[in-house]
Design a protein around this ligand. Structure first.
Ligand code: MCN
Ligand code: CUN
Length: 772
């Protein structure tokens, strides 16, 4: 089925945040810190205030007077809305101007005079905990260092024992650099505060409108029923639009102060420099195995750079997200991870960029280290993986770090990828090319993800349980509307959720409207990220439709004058068992539910239902990826020649949409593996602040993707579906890096860190794989 939303998008009729125009609307611009770490001595706003088009200038001091200078982050830290005492990263919000138009607001920023007293910045995560490192978070009472949190999982002693017994131990330092989701549409908001009835309407680029509304109620002390958050069409999120940004709060304050609607819309550089980054993990991976390739244990030690404020978005019990799945798809004896997270003078975030809370880092770690082991054992990387896979009869499988993988059948997926790739033939080709001095590499990665957060007994964000509401209403003429708490940013929910409901109640998808993104129109739920829409809201949609069908069955029994047990469902109609001519359609039932005439005893009129779905477990999609690269030995330029992706996301709702999701994620992966990095100089200047410096892949850098699939349904999901929106971003970077390292075997390279730009590959070829 083609996407229902596309006629709108393809004709330029999408309605994005910047399309919101309200009468009398003013425009907001944010003054940002030019430096990474400095004390604010004074701010002079008089010249800006005198600008004829300026309506308000607000500083941190003004906000402090309202109790709004600081706001909670999604991970129980606090973040400055506008800096009061110090600036803690380049690009931090210092003041804002509200003016009659966008140009005047920007012009007035230049009239604000801030005097900074420079402080030494903390940039290198490796020295952030040094005794003499300046303390970044002196706003936190009693804070005397830059320590953010420590976290561990697994069994240290059992792991130690397994390592002691191993024939072979391999360790490798691996960096997953700071990257940025860089959605096509930047972040923004329009706030409209009605002073008479105290109502706030906020249009914002939010992936989670309900969660945001509750947080505004808590932060600003506004009554929740008087706040309406609307996410219009969103031009890509990729995790970037999960956090609450100071700009959203500023627009609210701007509207309260001026009594007018206020729009804030970031430019590209503001988005790259100040909004949620991803990754930034410095990892040491260790793997222990027997000589014949049985993996015994995996151990890792991580140094995590969280920037100036801990703005990570993850369920609160999981400070390092779902990094705990770092044991991958392998049946091992023991595992242990220790992590130290620190503050640095960099933008806050730690959002998962197209990954369910740090799974990308985990998968990268395990898939790199397994390849290092294959090299050490001189074993084929596919054979090593297959030898260690969790077997089908072991599911549900409890990992050594406590995750329960719901289902999986790994080897067929791996074999399918090998079949499409022509794996053996590729290896032969590679051998020939090596003889001729050509650099061809074949990289393999196999991943298991944990998506669909999550069971409310152990998952919440700031106390909000991660269950999703869903409402289905069938109108008298048999058309329907399904109301979701999740919010599409391009994933095609208007199509796929209509398909889920259609499958259950037999109303054609074209007759089912999907409503989302408006807290006044939809039931409560935690939003779209971590590929949770299908696992959680998708389940809710199926179950709410079944609830409606159950009621329809009772009404049908009255219409056909038989007992409920004597009815058979035939996708779209009920008929009397054994007599298909005595039938009523769902449309006829809908009319009866709303119309004249008797209904069976005890049945209320109407045909609708509501549900709140609390998932029993996460879903665990998996996939096998194979990448073929060629490297120019003269320029060290990597070309991805082929990429084969075989994904297993259980029951597939819309194969075309899945394929689109996979294509997008694979392209992300090429970006991360070969091009993208948010780097900083030693003064804390962000070196990735424009798309001239932060390189994202285009059609030129990517091959024709070759996709395939297997289907292993989730046993606990009502229709067996698992999430897929992030699978390809998670699985592709290790496949590409493994391919590059494989190509560099003639140079004896075991590892090189992303992004594998020509200069890094060149360095690796010269025997200098660790970037300075
Ligand atoms: N789907 C399906 N069958 C399945 C699983 C999914 O047909 N078994 C369909 C779904 O119905 C949905 C799409 O695939 O239309 C993605 O579903 P799902 O895996 O549940 O992920 P979400 O809808 O929750 O989307 C979130 C995910 C995340 S977290 C990021 S990041 C990401 C991604 O989606 N951001 C995206 N894909 C994106 N795609 C676009 N265009 N824009 C983004 O910002
Ligand atoms: Cu993981 S980025 Mo998506 O969860 O929005």
């Amino acid at each position: 089925m083609l996407r229902k939303e596309d006629p709108r998008f393809l004709r330029g009729k999408g309605h994005y945040l910047d399309d919101v125009q309200l009468p009398g609307m003013l425009h907001l611009a944010i003054l940002r810190s030019p430096v990474a770490h400095a004390r604010i001595v004074s701010i002079d706003t008089s010249a800006a205030e005198a600008h004829p088009k300026v309506k308000a200038v607000v500083t941190g001091e003004t906000l402090a007077g309202l109790g709004l200078a600081w706001m909670p982050t999604l991970s129980n830290d606090v973040q400055a809305v506008l800096a009061t005492d110090k600036v803690r990263f380049q690009g931090q919000e210092v003041a804002f101007v509200v003016a009659e138009d966008r140009y005047a607001a920007r012009d007035a920023l230049e009239l604000i005079d801030v005097e900074y007293d420079m402080l030494q910045p903390v940039i290198d995560v490796r020295t952030a905990l040094a005794d003499d490192a300046p303390v970044i978070r002196d706003d936190l009472e009693g804070k005397t260092n830059n320590h953010c949190f420590d976290w561990e999982t697994g069994d240290a002693a059992a792991t130690e024992a397994a390592f002691a017994r191993a024939d072979v131990v391999v360790s490798q330092d691996i960096v997953y650099p700071r990257v940025h989701p860089a959605p096509m549409e930047t972040c923004g908001s329009v706030a409209d505060y009605d002073r008479i009835d105290g109502r706030l309407t906020l249009w914002s680029t939010s992936q989670a409108p309900h969660a945001h509304r509750t947080l505004y109620a808590i932060v600003a002390g506004l009554p929740e029923h008087k706040i309406r958050v609307i996410s219009p069409d969103i031009g890509g999120g990729f995790g970037n639009k999960v956090p609450i940004y100071p700009g959203y709060v500023c627009s609210i304050v701007g509207s309260i102060v001026t009594g007018k609607p206020v729009k804030w819309m970031e430019d590209r550089s503001e988005n790259l420099v100040s909004t949620g980054f991803a990754r930034d993990y410095v990892m040491r991976g260790e793997i222990a195995a027997t000589r014949d390739g049985k993996i015994l244990a995996i151990r890792t030690n991580v140094l995590a750079d969280h920037g100036a404020f801990n703005g990570t978005a993850a369920p609160v019990k999981y400070p390092a997200g779902f990094f705990g799945v770092f044991t991958g798809s392998y049946d091992i004896e023991a595992a242990y991870c220790h992590m130290t997270a620190v503050y640095t003078n960099k933008a806050p975030g730690g959002v998962a960029y197209a990954c369910s809370f740090r799974i990308t880092e985990a998968v990268y770690l395990v898939e790199r280290i397994v390849d290092c082991l294959a090299l050490e054992l001189a074993m084929d990387p596919v054979a090593l993986r297959i030898k260690n896979f969790i077997q089908p009869d072991q599911f549900p499988y409890t990992t050594k770090t406590g995750w329960v993988y719901d289902s999986g059948d790994y080897e067929p997926t791996m074999r399918e990828a090998m079949r499409i790739a022509g794996y053996d033939e590729l290896r032969r080709e590679q051998a020939e090319k090596r003889e001729r001095g050509e650099l061809m590499g074949i990289g393999v990665a196999f991943f298991t993800e944990a998506v669909g957060a999550g069971p409310r007994k152990d998952m919440d964000i700031l106390g909000l349980g991660m269950a999703d509401g869903c409402e289905l209403r069938v109108h008298p003429t048999g058309k329907a509307v399904v109301r979701l708490s999740v919010q599409s940013q391009g994933q095609g929910h208007e199509t796929t959720f209509a398909q889920i409901v259609a499958e259950e109640i037999g109303i054609p998808p074209a007759d089912i409207d999907v409503v989302h993104g408006d807290t006044d129109q939809t039931p409560f739920g935690l939003g779209t990220y971590g590929s949770r829409s299908t696992p959680v809201s998708g389940a809710a949609a199926a179950l709410v439709a079944r609830k409606v069908r159950d009621k329809a069955r009772i009404i049908a029994s009255g219409m056909l004058e038989v007992s409920v047990a004597d009815l058979d469902w035939d996708k779209g109609s009920f008929h009397v068992k054994g007599d298909p001519t005595k039938a009523v359609t769902i449309q006829e039932i809908a009319m009866r539910a709303h119309g004249a005439g008797d209904l069976p005893d005890g049945v209320e009129g109407g045909l609708e239902a509501q549900i709140c779905y609390n998932p029993e477990n996460l879903t665990y999609p998996h996939g096998a990826y194979i990448c073929v690269v060629d490297i120019d030995p003269g320029t060290a330029q990597v070309k991805v020649r082929r990429f084969i992706a075989v994904d297993d996301c259980g029951t597939r709702i819309n194969p075309m949409i899945i394929e689109g999701q996979v294509h997008g994620g694979l392209t992300d992966g090429v970006g991360m593996a070969l091009m993208e990095i948010i780097a900083f100089d030693e003064d804390g200047n962000c070196l990735g602040g424009s798309l001239m410096d932060y390189l994202i892949p285009t059609a030129l850098e990517v091959p024709d993707w070759e996709t395939g699939f297997t289907v292993t349904p989730s046993p606990h999901h009502p229709i067996g579906a698992k999430g897929v929106g992030e699978s390809a971003t998670v699985g592709s970077p290790p496949a590409i890096v493994n391919a590059v390292i494989d190509a560099l075997q003639p140079y004896g390279v075991r590892h090189a860190d992303m992004p594998l730009t020509p200069s890094r590959v060149w360095d690796a070829m010269q025997g200098n794989a660790t970037p300075p």
